[in-house]
Design a protein around this ligand. Structure first.
Ligand SMILES: NC(=O)c1ccc[n+]([C@@H]2O[C@H](COP(=O)([O-])OP(=O)(O)OC[C@H]3O[C@@H](n4cnc5c(N)ncnc54)[C@H](O)[C@@H]3O)[C@@H](O)[C@H]2O)c1
Length: 440
């Protein structure tokens, strides 16, 4: 097979709506890595390897040496926020990274000043920033397109991706205006309030053929209108909700229990966190969006309808509590009631003292680099192979998402192999045992 992926020439602009904890940790991290001060730990695109060919060939290149990804030195950041703080000030306020590290990249961070945001307070009531655009939905969308084009020109970027790291918007369900791009564009003209701010960014990006990633759980590119627009403009999309902390652990542990046919009666998950994300999620309407995203994971992995004896009675509960003293250092507790041979009960306790944005930043980086790769590989629409990074992976209509992190990784790696014209790996491995092959 041949590969037809265009090379990653020139600069890649990563434009981020929401320059808060995750975004500033990502930007400062990339600047620190570029200065040789730190390592991009947790980013598969930078640190991960991929096996190629048979095990006997011993080919395990770094992913970044195998697929043509944008080099971190060629990445330029920009973004929007409802607060006017530059990235250095926002990062200092987020208190994720040490002042020492931030000071070593201070000039680079201070130079990134947020553009005015497309915002509607009814979608995030706990925010009260004033760095916002005036005008109707339609005017805001036009202004966002102008922002993107101006940024691309001024920074001399070859390509752009847009990566939503904004607050989680309130929970709402899609309605008639979200069903096709034609109706959606009419609703934009009518300044229909059912178009959320995040949809304005997605619309602006997709209209320009720019890949869009949704790092939060709110409804955005998962409405039929924007999926249609992505196909029309041949643009990749990926969403939604970065898979970090507790859900990451869940999708590592649950497949292991299911693999051994161990039963699960209950899974109680609680979190405390004190950053601005926690403040926004303190509003029940915003929490509902997150809760829906977090709850879907176990159902898919355990498939209780297929395995009623093991998972039919599973009680799954997720709580998030805003607790300012912990800042970005989220703490989660999971109590898992499992049962084994003859129904005998056991318990697993997981207490993860994590750092939310430290886990999210490499995920955000990988997603941005991979959607840019997808665009150059001619892949458009929903990029299900990026499920690996997401709590609520977007799939084709009617297709159940895959949440098992190991299957997601295999899908991601095989997609990269496929893109580059390498053999896919099934892990069958019978060909190492010629006698068995002949027998079968
Ligand atoms: N950190 C994680 O582990 C993690 C995991 C999954 C998802 N997320 C999601 O990622 C998002 C970012 O998380 P965070 O910790 O950086 O939150 P944060 O509150 O620190 O940053 C979000 C920023 O978005 C800005 N914002 C809100 N609405 C906006 C709009 N319409 N336009 C422009 N800016 C807007 C806010 O002012 C804020 O500065 C949240 O939605 C969060 O739920 C985070």
């Amino acid at each position: 097979m041949e590969n037809n992926v265009k090379p990653a020439n020139g600069k890649l602009g990563i434009l981020i709506p929401g320059l808060g904890a995750v975004a500033t940790t990502l930007i400062a991290g990339v600047e620190a890595v570029n200065k040789g001060l730190s390592q991009p730990i947790g980013a598969l695109t930078q640190m991960g390897n991929i096996r190629l060919g048979k095990r006997t060939e011993n080919r395990y290149p770094k992913i970044k040496d195998f697929v043509p990804l944008a080099n971190l030195n060629d990445v330029v950041f920009g973004g929007w926020d409802v607060y006017a703080d530059n990235v250095y000030d926002a990062a200092m306020k987020a208190k994720v990274l040490e002042p020492g590290l931030l000071n070593s990249v201070k000039a680079e961070l201070e130079a990134i000043v947020p553009m005015t945001a497309a915002f509607d307070k009814s979608y995030a009531k706990n925010l009260d920033g004033t760095n916002v655009k005036e005008g109707t939905r339609y005017e805001m969308a036009q202004a966002l397109m102008q922002d993107i084009e101006t940024f691309q020109e001024e920074k001399n970027c070859d390509r752009i991706v847009v990566l939503w790291c904004g607050s989680t918007e309130v929970y709402f369900e899609e309605s008639d205006i979200h069903q096709s791009i034609e109706i959606f564009e009419q609703a934009l003209q009518d300044d229909d309030k059912r178009i959320s701010p995040s949809m304005l960014y997605a619309y602006a990006a997709l209209k320009l053929g720019i890949p869009y990633v949704n790092g939060a759980p709110n409804l955005t590119i998962d409405i039929p209108a924007l999926v249609e627009l992505a196909k029309q403009t041949e643009t990749p999309i990926a969403g939604k909700d970065f898979k970090t902390g507790q859900t990451l652990m869940k999708t590592i542990l649950a497949p292991g229990l299911a693999a051994r046919a161990l039963g699960v009666k209950g899974w109680f998950s609680t979190n405390i966190l004190g950053n601005r994300d926690g403040l926004v999620l303190d509003d029940p309407d915003n929490f509902k969006t997150k809760e829906v995203s977090k709850l879907s994971v176990l159902e898919d992995i355990f498939q209780p309808e297929e395995n009623p004896e093991l998972y039919g009675d599973l009680y799954h509960k997720v709580r998030i509590n805003y607790y300012p003293p912990h800042g970005d250092n989220k703490e989660s507790w999971d109590n898992i009631d499992i049962f084994g041979w003859l129904g005998y009960q056991m318990q697993i306790k997981v207490n993860f003292l994590c750092r939310d944005s430290i886990l999210a930043a490499p995920v955000a980086l990988d997603l941005a680099l991979f959607v840019d790769l997808a665009k150059r590989a001619g892949m458009s629409g929903i990029q299900e192979w990026l499920s690996f990074y997401l709590k609520s992976p977007q799939t084709a209509p009617g297709l159940r998402p895959e949440h098992d992190i190991f299957k997601q990784l295999m899908k991601l790696q095989n997609t990269l192999r496929h893109m580059m014209g390498e053999d896919l790996i099934t892990h069958l491995g019978l060909d190492y045992y010629q006698d068995l092959v002949e027998l079968l």
